[in-house]
Write a protein that binds this ligand. Structure first.
Ligand SMILES: O=C(O)C[C@H]1C=CC(=O)O1
Ligand SMILES: [Mn+2]
Length: 389
């Protein structure tokens, strides 16, 4: 097999509007931004990857601007001239060259895996142990903060058979009001959908002790990261006494975090996310540790568009047991996407696409229209001005 010598790495910031306001605990957002990675080899093959943040650096500290800067200034010089098949040594070299920056590292790892798959004519999941599933039951985020409009939105999703699992974004308002809203949504959808809540670390242990039993009584089946990411001891106490499932998200980034969570039994299940753990292979290692420790898996997201979602789905295809499914729902939230074929949700499940590498392609016209550094033609805008006059 000939080498996949990396000749260039391009990081392009793309701004995408959302279909509606998404209210996270820390910010409200009408748009999201991604970094598209294009990695080209000497022989003219191209691998792609995506980094995204949930509309800002509040979750993981990186922003699309820092991701692009790190790729341009630090990562590209380390990887240029190396072989994209040398993934493990390259990731080790990157870890020595720059601490952290997991989101940036994940996006270039995706592009290397895409190149490998394309060169070998196989999908990425074949490079990671093979396929255990071809679709994922997929949660939809409810995040307007208003119960009746959220129930209506969920009903539209049920009707179109896109989603029958819903995750309430919580933590933006007073906990009493927030829990009331969550319980109202769960009761409104009772018997028709699975409802979960994610306060993104906003509650202390006392508030959590009060809130979670009320949410469980209303039919909420899982609560994700209600308390601070560092507080595994409190999460272990909550897990031991709760009769709904407790999931850790922010508290899990590294294999070492995972080992500690399993040792402490700090959660019933954990949210795997490619971006926070610096890549598909590292996330796969974390999944193995969780399984060995008897902790269930969930396929999490940072709301990637269809490019990153396809990459996540390649990893997800290698996971046999996901008792609460996952949430690769970003493509439904963006009003514009940059993939030729957007992610498909059929009978409440995201489909794994056939194809080599990540099995997804960039739509060049869409990219041109939404890349941040696009230039407008003065000639064209003059023409449209004179047409209006
Ligand atoms: O889960 C989070 O903490 C962050 C974000 C990603 C998906 C979503 O609904 O919110
Ligand atoms: Mn979360």
């Amino acid at each position: 097999m000939s080498k996949l010598t990396i000749q260039s790495i391009e990081a392009i910031i793309v701004d995408l509007p959302l279909r509606r306001l998404q209210r996270f605990a820390a910010v409200g957002a009408n748009s999201t931004s991604i970094v598209l990675v294009r990695m080209r080899t000497k022989d003219g093959l191209e691998g792609i990857g995506e980094a995204v943040t949930p509309s800002g650096p509040w979750w993981g500290g990186e922003s699309v601007e820092t991701i692009k800067l790190m790729i341009d200034e630090q990562i590209a010089p380390v990887l240029t001239g190396t072989d994209a098949f040398d993934l493990a040594p390259s990731m080790a070299r990157l870890d020595r060259a720059l601490f952290g920056n997991a989101f940036a590292k994940a996006s270039v790892e995706m592009a290397m895996l895409d190149l490998q798959g394309k060169a070998l004519g196989v999908p990425v999941h074949d490079l990671m142990g093979g396929k255990r599933r071809a679709s994922l039951p997929c949660s939809w985020p409810l995040a307007t903060g208003e119960a009746s409009s959220e129930i209506e939105e969920a009903e539209r999703m049920l009707e179109s058979k896109r989603h029958n699992i819903f995750k309430l974004k919580m933590g933006a308002v007073d906990p009493v009001q927030d829990v009331e809203r969550a319980c109202a949504v769960a009761r409104g959808l009772e018997g028709r959908a699975s409802v979960r809540g994610d306060p993104n670390e906003m509650w202390d242990e006392t508030t959590t002790k009060w809130a979670v039993p009320r949410m469980a009584d209303a039919g909420i089946v899982m609560v994700e990261q209600p308390m601070a990411r560092w507080n595994l001891a409190a999460s272990a106490r909550l897990t031991a006494r709760s009769n709904c499932a407790i999931m850790i998200d922010e508290g899990l980034c590294t294999p070492q975090d995972m080992l500690r969570i399993a040792e402490m039994r700090a959660a019933d299940l954990v949210s795997l996310k490619v971006m926070k753990s610096a890549g598909l292979l590292a996330t796969r290692r974390i999944a193995d540790i969780a399984e060995a420790g008897g902790i269930s898996l969930y396929m999490g997201t940072f709301l990637e568009c269809s490019i990153g979602t396809a990459a996540n789905m390649q990893l997800c295809a290698t996971l046999a047991d996901l008792p609460y499914g996952g949430e690769l729902s970003g493509p439904g939230l963006v009003a514009e996407d940059i993939a030729v074929q957007a992610a498909r949700y059929v009978d409440f499940e995201l489909q794994l696409e056939e194809g080599v590498g990540l099995a997804v392609e960039v739509d060049e016209d869409k990219l041109k229209a939404f890349r941040r550094d696009r230039t407008y033609s003065v000639h064209a805008s003059r023409k449209s001005m004179s047409a209006k006059a």
